[in-house]
Design a protein around this ligand. Structure first.
Ligand code: GRF
Length: 214
């Protein structure tokens, strides 16, 4: 069997997407292996869930670093490198990244966002979708770039917005899709991560590499 891609999951909270990734990666045939889960918050409910699933779970508390986000990211980066991580999944990681970490993991970091990007980047996506009166909503997994929620899309799943929906009911419908979508997208990303870094960057965005296009 070809080697599985050593993958980390970064969380800040409940970690339900992380659990979905851990479940999928429990199958030996899955192309990615989750080697560590890291939270910027020591009290994240997802950390004990990761340990229960047999994963290494680590808190790298942001508080001792104060406003120095880059120094906090440097500690995360060191933990990733020490474990020979090749791919990073952001799963409800609620801290804006600086160009340092994004640059260090260019073409090797993916994120799940609860909307059909490019619609509704940022926070409170379900409330905003209801407010806008859209009939379709959903979730997106994308490569992480410096612009928040703007990287190349790997996969999306759509759900209907139903009459009488509340923020909670819509969020629950989307979340069920997130749990199916993220493992699927990780499969795709692991395929891209299995090739050298420069080739991965080329594959994920051929237009940026000056190929194709009108
Ligand atoms: C999810 O809705 C995800 O799309 C967003 O943050 C939420 C995290 O939920 N980025 P969980 O921690 O995975 O349960």
């Amino acid at each position: 069997m070809t080697e599985r891609v050593r993958t980390a999951v970064l969380i800040s909270g409940r970690g339900s997407n992380m659990v979905a990734l851990l479940r999928a990666a429990a199958a030996p045939s899955f192309p990615a292996e989750i080697v560590v889960v890291i939270s910027n918050r020591p009290d994240a409910p997802g950390l004990p869930l990761a340990r229960d699933a047999g994963a290494e779970a680590l808190a790298i508390d942001q508080r001792p670093f104060g406003r120095d986000r880059r120094a906090h990211e440097a500690a995360i980066h060191a933990a990733l490198v020490a474990r020979d991580v090749r791919l990073v999944c952001l799963a409800g990681y609620m801290r804006l990244l600086t160009p340092f970490l994004v640059g260090a993991w260019d073409g090797r970091m993916i994120n799940i966002h609860p909307s059909l990007l490019p619609a509704f980047p940022g926070l409170h996506t379900h409330a905003r979708a209801l407010q806008a009166g859209v009939k379709l909503h959903g979730c997106t997994v994308h490569w992480v770039t410096e612009q928040m929620d703007e990287g190349p899309v790997i996969a999306q799943a759509a759900v209907p917005v139903l009459p009488g929906d509340t923020e909670e009911s819509l969020a629950a419908r989307v979340l069920a899709q997130e749990h199916a979508l993220y493992p699927l997208a990780l499969r795709v990303a692991a395929g891209a991560a299995a090739v050298p870094a420069d080739a991965a960057a080329y594959m994920r965005n051929p237009l940026a590499a000056g190929q194709g296009g009108p």
